[in-house]
Design a protein around this ligand. Structure first.
Ligand SMILES: *Cc1c(COP(=O)(O)O)cnc(C)c1O
Length: 344
């Protein structure tokens, strides 16, 4: 990133994006274009709404980021109905289908890995439920997915699951500095976008698509982040996408089994139920005599940063991120420190 900047309308920049593109598509596991935006991930959540929601969306809400997706729908002037599940729970695909079958929905918003609660939604089954409801009601329903802590962590089959919009950001499972968002749209998402007024300009996916064809971006990109992106994509390819997913899974399992043995002896438990746990972040419930913010402060003094609870879970939970370039060795060191902190 300390290289000299290159002009954004140069062939050098186009070559850079041309090299990055196939690597991004392998991470998203799709043949579709993956657009690069110089914005945070929320920008591409908004793009999903502006380009994908015609009039009314069903928002699946089970934590802080899915609440954000819900709020973006109304902030962009569309109607929303909410399928609420308490924080810590996942959505039931059958219930998704039931609600959609009533009719009147043209889109669904969902967060795959709810970073605030450590819950992984059954995305493939939810995608099947949306397709099945769509056939029943005879109206097109687009599935808009926030994959911020899932893409690059586990294997998100964007193509095979026919996701209409799937996005992530640079600073989570891809372990890059913040400032870039990545997203991939189905052909019918782009066709929908063409019919929607009010797409705005900065997040107009038709513009992204037009420039993508030339290996360019609609506006000046964060060029230095693109340098970092290329380097990191090459590192990820060297590790292997499957191997990376396996490493995330191994770290997740290690974290869960630690909580269920060592952690349980101190009154800790896993916040998300079995079968619905994120591979990239584990939320841990604390007994009432422990405060999340105190634990994170003590670990900080020992040189380790973990998350306290998110939003309303601030003091009831702590969250361990085991994504990106973290290693089993690093996780084990952290867990040793955490055990000592709990014993103090
Ligand atoms: C971090 C996060 C976001 C927001 O990302 P920004 O880059 O801050 O906009 C959205 N969704 C999920 C699931 C996240 O973890």
């Amino acid at each position: 990133m300390d290289r000299a900047v290159i002009g954004h309308r140069t062939s050098d920049l186009s070559s850079l994006l041309a090299e990055i593109d196939p690597m991004l598509r392998r991470i998203f596991r799709t043949e579709r274009p993956v657009y690069v935006s110089s914005s945070s991930a929320t920008g591409f959540m908004e793009a999903g709404v502006r380009n994908g929601v015609r009039r009314r969306a069903l928002a699946l809400v089970n934590g802080a980021f899915s609440e954000r997706f819900r709020d973006l729908v109304t902030a962009c002037g569309r109607e929303v109905e909410v399928y609420d599940v308490e924080w810590g729970g996942a959505h039931d695909p059958e219930e998704v289908e039931r609600r959609l079958r009533v009719g009147g929905f043209d889109s669904v918003t969902v967060v795959h890995s709810e970073t605030s609660s450590g819950v992984l939604n059954p995305l493939r089954q939810i995608a099947d439920a949306v397709r099945s409801a769509e056939h029943r009601v005879g109206e097109e329903i687009l599935l808009l997915v926030d994959g911020v802590t899932s893409v690059g962590g586990g294997l998100v089959e964007s193509g095979e699951w026919a996701l209409d919009w799937i996005l992530t950001g640079s600073q989570k499972a891809l372990a890059l500095p913040p400032g870039l968002a990545f997203g991939s749209a189905s052909p019918r998402m782009l066709a929908r976008a063409e019919t929607l007024p009010g797409r705005g300009q900065y997040f107009d996916l038709l513009e992204f698509d037009r420039y993508w064809k030339k290996h360019q971006t609609p506006n000046t990109p964060a060029v230095h982040l693109l340098f970092a992106l290329k380097t990191q994509m090459e590192r990820i390819e060297a590790e292997g996408i499957e191997a990376r997913a396996a490493r995330h899974q191994a770290m997740a399992r290690r974290c869960w089994s630690w909580v269920e043995s060592t952690g349980a002896a101190h009154g800790l438990s896993l916040f998300a139920p079995e079968g619905a746990r994120s591979l990239t972040v584990t939320a841990i419930s604390l007994p009432t005599d422990l405060r999340g913010t105190e634990i994170t402060a003590k670990l900080k003094r020992r040189g380790y940063t973990i998350g306290s609870g998110y939003g309303k879970l601030r003091d009831q939970t702590i969250r361990i991120g085991h994504m990106g370039d973290h290693t089993m060795e690093g996780l084990n060191q952290l867990l040793t420190e955490l055990e000592e902190v709990l014993g103090e």
